[in-house]
Design a protein around this ligand. Structure first.
Ligand SMILES: [Mg+2]
Length: 257
């Protein structure tokens, strides 16, 4: 798994991030001035939000609730394993590997309890926006684009994700915004995003795409070749394909020197 939050970031990388983020705003402003529509697509997990604090909270809660059954997890937490968020990887199993939780029975309990909590309304408010995310999305919105939150979370998580977006100051639930979730948990992420893309193509011009899954990023770039396509260097699936050429890697949403 790529855990690019820890990779080096040069001045040139930052300049490229500044340039492309700025370009998105300018393109939207130009289209708005011509009374033309523009759509900007933002994924949530690993794109606008760092969801590792959600898992950290959940693991602590599980350890507390099932203390006698989970000695390895309790020991890891007692040794401050969760103090550094980098220990939290994509998916609970990779995280437990890093925490030294190897017992199969413990892993089974934790995995089941984690999934029961992670994919619900109740824990999304532990997510933390990426640096600059709220400001950048607000700028995109104010420039006149329709802000589209396109997430692999399913509709059962709609209330919690809306609450979190609102709590963090993102434009949501108002004119000029849309939220699109999967109709059920088991719907394939790629097919879902492909179907949505076909719909978006009918309602306006997609000018910018922000994603952290290479497969989704490649798919959306292929469907909307005219859009600025940005890839967040956060975390993604282990079995991800190579990122296609022309997709710009960014670390967060800050435009700075
Ligand atoms: Mg994502």
């Amino acid at each position: 798994m790529t855990d690019a939050l820890t990779t080096t970031w040069t001045q040139d990388d930052q300049q490229r991030q500044n340039t492309y983020l700025q370009r998105v705003i300018e393109r939207i402003q130009a289209k708005t001035a011509r009374q033309a529509s523009s759509l900007a697509i933002f994924d949530l997990d690993g794109t606008l939000f760092d969801n590792r604090p959600r898992t950290a909270y959940i693991l602590r809660q599980i350890a507390d609730q099932f203390e006698s059954e989970l000695p390895q997890l309790v020991k890891a937490i007692d040794s401050n394993a969760l103090q550094d968020l980098d220990i939290i990887k994509y998916g609970p199993m990779a995280t437990l590997d890093g925490m030294g939780v190897t017992d199969p029975r413990e892993r089974e309990i934790i995995s089941e309890q984690w999934a029961k909590r992670f994919f619900t309304d109740d824990y999304q408010h532990f997510d933390v926006p990426l640096p600059g995310a709220k400001n950048f999305v607000s700028q995109v919105y104010e420039a006149g684009a329709t802000v589209i939150y396109l997430t692999g979370r399913d509709v059962n998580m709609l209330v919690g994700l809306t609450e979190t977006l609102r709590m963090c100051g993102f434009p949501v639930g108002v004119v000029g915004t849309m939220t699109m979730t999967k109709k059920d948990f088991d719907q394939d992420d790629g097919i879902f995003k492909e179907n949505v893309a076909a719909y978006l193509d009918r309602i306006g011009e997609v000018v910018a795409i922000f994603e952290n899954e290479p497969a989704n990023s490649n798919l959306l770039q292929k469907i909307f070749p005219g859009a600025v396509s940005m890839f967040l260097l956060t975390q993604h699936r282990q079995d991800a394909p190579q990122l296609a050429d022309g997709i710009v890697k960014i670390r967060d949403f800050r435009i700075r020197g």
